[in-house]
Every structure is written in structure tokens, then in C-alpha cells.
Design a protein around this ligand. Structure first.
Ligand SMILES: Nc1nc2c(ncn2[C@@H]2O[C@H](COP(=O)(O)OP(=O)(O)OP(=O)(O)O)[C@@H](O)[C@H]2O)c(=O)[nH]1
Ligand SMILES: [Mg+2]
Length: 233
């Protein structure tokens, strides 16, 4: 199956110089960089190195990924934050998990099978686990890491989900919807190294608030769906 990797960037010049060549070495069929308006030379570097660059028209991480998927021609999409937090050598493992075990959606979890985050501080380590636990409780899932950006899925399944979250809560919406639409979801463990240069875009309090309001919205959608199905019977 053809693989398309989507790398969302916003001022990540130091990281992309290291990370994109590593991805090319591992080998995917297509790399699409979706840039949110970098002013540090990220776009110039990517174009000069021959990577496909899509200039984001909307705002936010989720919107960047959606635009990347639109441009992608592969059957399997890999979302890969190219800020140093994701390990390129795991790409074959996550793709193999989809192909060999027939998964539709696989997360590269920082908290499974002994994997570790070297990027977490106390706040993000706690927040990631707390929101994952809350997601499992509310939506009946059994994830260990709903917020990590590194994951892969079948494009055909993704297209049925109507995802619309624009910001950094995007990974959670994806995790919830793949499950609620009945797709086969799984995880493999994978370490998270420290970010390389640049600045973290995630603001714990803003992102935390966005995540809670997204969870409430998703909960209501699922509840209304159930009600409508009951009434139709
Ligand atoms: N195109 C685009 N890329 C973005 C946007 N926001 C963040 N990114 C990129 O998405 C990737 C992940 O962003 P981070 O700021 O590291 O957020 P995070 O990985 O969720 O947070 P950490 O857990 O702290 O690493 C990075 O490569 C960012 O440059 C955006 O609005 N548009
Ligand atoms: Mg990051």
C-alpha cells in the first residue's frame, strides 16, 4: 500500500533539517509538509530539498493535517510531527501494524510497553495521562496516549469521520472518532525524544480547555446519534 507522511510545520527549521532526511532514509512514498506560515526558512529549506510543501490556508494544527490529507495520494497516512518528538525508525512498525493486523488506526504511544517521553515535563506528563484516562472513561476506549501527534491510519476510513477540529486537540478527536465509527484501533509503544530547537506551540492551559470543550462536543454528538438510532427503530 502506498504511504503518505504529513509533517505540519510552524517555524521548525532546526528540526526539519535533521528529521526530514531521516524520514527519507527510512522510506515513505510521499512526504507532504503542511506549513502554517513559517518565517524562519522552514519552507525554503523544504522546497530546496525537494519536499512537497502545502501552504496552509486555515489556522491551527488540525486544519494543517486536514489540508495535508487532502493533498495526499497514499492509502496509508502517517501523521508525523517533525519537531524532533517523533522517531522516524518507527515508521515501518506502525505501517506494519496496520497492514499485518488489519488495523484502521494506530497510535505511537509514549506510555505503552515501556516507552518513555523525554519531552514531558511534570505538567504535560500529567495532562497527557489525565486526558487519556478521561477519554477512556467517557468514550469507552482503552488508549494509553490520545494526545501524541504520531499515528497512522487508512485514508479510506479517515474520510468517513468528518473531522473538523482545527487546533492541537485534533489528535484526541481522531482517536475518539475512529473508535466511535467502529474502526479497528490500536497502539504500539514508541519513545518521544526532546524537541529539536524551535518553540513548543502547545500552551497547556489553552490546549487543556480546548480539549475539555472538544470532549463535551464529541460526547453530545455520540449521545444524539444513539438517541436518533433508538427513535428510528
Ligand atoms: N502547519 C501548522 N503546524 C503547526 C501548527 N501548530 C503546531 N504545528 C506543528 O505541529 C507540530 C507539533 O507542535 P508542538 O508545538 O510540538 O505541539 P505538541 O507536539 O503537541 O506539543 P509537545 O507535546 O509539547 O511536543 C510541530 O511540528 C509544530 O510546528 C499550526 O497551526 N500549523
Ligand atoms: Mg512537539
Amino acid at each position: 500500500m502506498k504511504t503518505s507522511l504529513i509533517a505540519a510545520t510552524l517555524n521548525e527549521i532546526e528540526a526539519v533539517r535533521v528529521v526530514l532526511p531521516e524520514i527519507s532514509k527510512v522510506g515513505v512514498d510521499e512526504i507532504i509538509v503542511t506549513d502554517g506560515g513559517s518565517t524562519d526558512g522552514t519552507v525554503e529549506f523544504c522546497r530546496e530539498s525537494g519536499y512537497t510543501v502545502v501552504e496552509q490556508t486555515g489556522r491551527g494544527y488540525g486544519s494543517a493535517i486536514r489540508q495535508g490529507v487532502e493533498a495526499a495520494t497514499g492509502d496509508i497516512i502517517i501523521e508525523f510531527p517533525p519537531d524532533g518528538n517523533s522517531v522516524a525508525s518507527k515508521i515501518p512498525d506502525v505501517v506494519a501494524e496496520i497492514e499485518a493486523n488489519n488495523y484502521d488506526f494506530v497510535i505511537v504511544s509514549r506510555y505503552k510497553d515501556g516507552a518513555k517521553s523525554y519531552d514531558d515535563d511534570f505538567m504535560t506528563g500529567f495532562g497527557n495521562r489525565m486526558f487519556t484516562g478521561l477519554t477512556n472513561l467517557v468514550f469507552g476506549t482503552s488508549y494509553t496516549d490520545v494526545l501524541v501527534g504520531y499515528r497512522a491510519y487508512r485514508k479510506e476510513a479517515f474520510m468517513q469521520l468528518d473531522l473538523d477540529e482545527d487546533g492541537l486537540s485534533w489528535p484526541l478527536q481522531e482517536a475518539v472518532r475512529f473508535h466511535s465509527h467502529g474502526f479497528k484501533v490500536g497502539e504500539i509503544g514508541g519513545d518521544e525524544p526532546e524537541r529539536i530547537g524551535g518553540e513548543r506551540k502547545m500552551k497547556p492551559f489553552k490546549t487543556g480547555r480546548d480539549i475539555l470543550s472538544l470532549m463535551y462536543r464529541e460526547y453530545r454528538i455520540i449521545r444524539n446519534d444513539k438517541r436518533n438510532k433508538k427513535q428510528a427503530k
